[in-house]
Design a protein around this ligand. Structure first.
Ligand SMILES: [Zn+2]
Length: 776
């Protein structure tokens, strides 16, 4: 019985690791997690042969009231049903309703109070004073007959007078009015800023009109409420928008200006034409002209008309404070206007960097995704820190009033412009569902932003993209993390989860898992397949595999569906060399080891305490073994060795003579993520070699493996991930033998005042030098 049990135990031990089922491991295919492919979305990740999407075309008239900061608008929407379904109602997004005092966003915002609070925080809490939200004045059929509608928080259902069949269109109109939020106190993705020194307003207008929601093959109507994080899911269409503003305002907007001769002076028109031919920014409205316009408030009005084709939204900005510059960018043989609008408060930074950043973004993103298809790309400076719309973005970062700025401000400005202009590609054109999946636009865009930043200047201080920059997040408390595949409104650590982690994951795919060639081809294929369409996560996952031939299910599973992190360790190394059996060599080696063996403490003390042993004092106690040296090679040893050699084939002799080293290295996966092993071996002679092992090495055992390395030269040390490619959260267990890495204490004194930026420090030291040299 006992023997039998022992036999079974041994059997189980051997069978254990082999019995792991493939689908139970981290290498199981993403079967259940992804939707079943169909004729709309294929298993390859491409749109299916019956893919369809809806369309919404808009004609809008809007007037800005600069006296009381509000807009009044009227729109005509033509909605085309390309789905195979019959629709009985339509859903529209009323995002301004987030500002209603009883909006779901306001009611569900959790909060706490502290004894010390900033004025801004108090103002935010007191936002009930702002009379926000859409005031819908009319919803009418083309003939003028009122339509039934129901408002549910930030969504509005319009009941159709008769069912809308496939391929049919329905035209209706909406009149509305809404107050504009003070962006500096109430926040938001749009709003106004008031400049007390000259008494003027600058308006950044977005989510300013009732917009059609998306109806698609995955969600039906995407009418998840707008709570503040999940952005906008919108169908494509053409826009014609007439914007009436005070006559001394300059208006930036999505699309192309249709009536330049009515709104621009002849000088401005000429400069505009020059800019369209220049590969450096040309100023269309100068700082002097903008400063002049600030001084008098026009009572007359002007209407700027813009048209945009195949866009999913429309935004605009207006102020008499705007300086305006533009330049031409060539992308794939087409001319595009890169433009910037900014108040004088943005200079000198904005004049130097904004339009250059817009142009750079279009070039780099076009190379990696699709050629930028729109005629213009715009960066506007106002109160909004960073927000994207088709062809137009709002960007923050302003120098100090004295014109100096920190490096953080400079690179912050370039980065935010790259990011927001980059959003033209994700999600304005490759139009993912932002309300559901923030990572699909923010993550992919942040990845591309990193690539564009690194192409801006060598060692550009990118915040996100490098694996080592995500380590702190990856090792943060797991109760504060959720997988990337989480709905936008439930994402914790938003910036790290939806921007940093997916951007880093893509960078790791590109540099380490797939290689640049396979990755770049597949990423471009995804952009090409889904440009001007509505991709879902599965379409991205599948396309990246389909176009590259790399099985990435393990990678999506680990990085996108879990909160595991990378912590791989070298557990131990066993070193074997070939026993040549040459007695001369073997004995010499053994003698060396013997000589190196440490003396025990007792041995050391006895050398002192026992000057003579018994045998020392009594030579008659010596015999053969007192002088026998077992490590002396005898003739018999030599003979035995020779007959061993004679029995070997030439190939076997070669291996015996090679002096090869064999290392069995143990690796442990402590973090959970299975990742490639990048192993550097540093040899005793100072040279090194790097071995790249695919993540599939973990496929039979996700936690403990050993791997044998065979080298001609003896290895002095092994290092795992020497080039920081895997976001490994603990580097102290990545070397063998272990190395000590110093940590530093940070000693600091609390500073009460904001420190001067380096430009200010240099200015003040050169001023004091001047004083010293002139003796004042
Ligand atoms: Zn973004």
């Amino acid at each position: 019985m006992r023997n039998l049990l022992k036999g079974i135990a041994l059997f189980c031990f051997l069978a254990g690791p082999l019995a792991v089922k493939a689908q139970d491991t981290k290498f199981g295919q993403l079967g259940q997690e992804l939707p079943t492919p169909n004729t709309y979305r294929t298993a390859s990740g491409a749109p299916g042969h019956q893919y369809w999407q809806q369309r919404a075309d808009y004609t809008i008239k809007v007037e800005l009231n600069d006296q009381n900061q509000s807009v009044t608008g009227s729109e005509t929407i033509t909605y085309t049903n390309n789905s195979p379904d019959v629709l009985t109602y339509l859903w529209l997004q009323l995002d301004q309703n987030i500002y209603e005092p009883n909006s779901m966003s306001n009611l569900t915002r959790t909060g706490s109070l502290e004894e010390r609070m900033s004025i801004q925080a108090m103002e935010r809490l007191a936002r009930e004073n702002f009379d926000g939200g859409f005031k819908i004045q009319a919803v009418k059929e083309r003939g003028g007959k009122a339509l039934n509608y129901t408002i549910n928080n930030t969504m509005m259902r319009v009941d159709l007078p008769s069912p809308l069949k496939p391929k049919q269109s329905f035209t209706f109109s909406i009149d509305w009015h809404h107050n504009i939020n003070n962006q500096l106190t109430l926040g938001g993705r749009s709003g106004y800023e008031y400049f007390p020194t000259d008494g003027n307003y600058l308006y950044e207008m977005a989510q300013w009109f009732p917009r059609m929601a998306v109806y698609d093959d995955v969600n039906g109507w995407q009418h998840k409420q707008f709570l503040g994080s999940g952005e906008f899911a919108l169908p494509f269409g053409d826009y014609k928008v007439s914007i009436t503003v005070p006559a001394d305002h300059v208006v930036a907007a999505t699309g192309e200006l249709q009536n330049a001769s009515q709104v621009l002076s002849s000088t401005q028109q000429k400069r505009f034409a020059d800019a369209a031919k220049s590969n450096k920014p040309v100023v269309i409205v100068t700082q002097e002209e903008a400063t002049q316009a600030e001084k008098s408030k026009a009572s007359a009005k002007k209407t700027w008309t813009y048209a945009a084709t195949n866009v999913r939204d429309f935004a605009w900005a207006s102020s008499r404070k705007f300086i305006w510059d533009a330049m031409n960018v060539r992308v794939a043989g087409k001319n595009i206007l890169a433009m910037s609008y900014y108040p004088k408060e943005g200079n000198p930074l904005w004049g130097q960097y904004s339009t250059a950043s817009v142009a750079h973004t279009l070039q780099v993103y076009s190379k990696h995704t699709i050629d930028y298809p729109y005629p213009v790309a715009i960066s506007v400076h106002g109160p909004v820190g960073g927000m994207e719309y088709p062809m137009l973005s709002f960007n923050g970062y302003r120098p100090e009033p004295d014109g100096t700025y920190s490096d953080r401000t400079k690179y912050g400005l370039i980065s935010v412009i790259i990011h927001e202009v980059g959003h033209n590609f994700f999600p304005m054109i490759i139009n993912s569902d932002e309300r559901q999946w923030t990572w699909m636009d923010e993550g992919l865009n942040t990845f591309m932003q990193y690539i564009a930043e690194q192409e801006w200047e060598r060692n550009y201080p990118s915040r996100r993209g490098e694996p080592q920059n995500i380590v702190e997040y990856m090792k943060s408390d797991k109760s504060t993390q959720v997988p990337i595949m989480t709905n936008s409104e439930s994402v914790l650590q938003f910036g790290n989860n939806a921007y940093g982690k997916p951007a880093t994951a893509l960078n790791i795919l590109r540099e380490t898992v797939m290689g640049r060639e396979l990755f770049d081809y597949a990423f471009k294929e995804y952009a090409t397949r889904w440009a001007f369409k509505h991709p879902m996560p599965a379409d991205f996952f599948r396309t990246m595999e389909d176009a590259s031939g790399v099985d990435l299910d393990w990678f999506w599973r680990g990085w996108f569906y879990t909160t595991d992190h990378t912590d791989m360790a070298i557990e131990g190394v066993k070193w074997y060399t070939i026993d040549s059996q040459n007695p001369e060599f073997v004995n010499a080696q053994k003698r060396e080891q013997l000589n190196k063996a440490p003396q025990t403490l007792s041995q050391q003390r006895n050398l002192q305490d026992i000057p003579r042993t018994l045998v020392d004092a009594n030579p008659e106690l010596n015999d053969f073994y007192n002088s026998y040296d077992p490590l002396t090679t005898t003739a018999a040893d030599q003979q035995r060795y020779q007959s061993f050699l004679n029995g070997l084939s030439p190939e076997q002799k070669k291996i015996l003579d090679s002096g090869m080293n064999f290392y069995e290295v143990g690796f442990k996966n402590l973090g959970g993520l299975v990742m490639p092993l990048i192993v550097r071996m540093e040899f005793e002679d100072g040279t090194d070699e790097v071995v790249n092992i695919p993540a599939e090495i973990w496929r039979l055992n996700n936690t403990d493996i050993t791997k044998v390395f065979v080298t001609e030269k003896p290895v002095a040390s092994f290092t795992l991930d020497p080039f920081l490619q895997t976001a490994d959260t603990d580097l102290s267990n990545n070397t063998f033998p272990r190395r000590l890495a110093p940590s530093r204490f940070e000693l600091f004194k609390q500073q009460s005042q904001q420190p001067q930026n380096p430009m200010q420090r240099q200015n003040s030291s050169s001023r004091s030098n001047q004083r010293n040299s002139t003796g004042q």
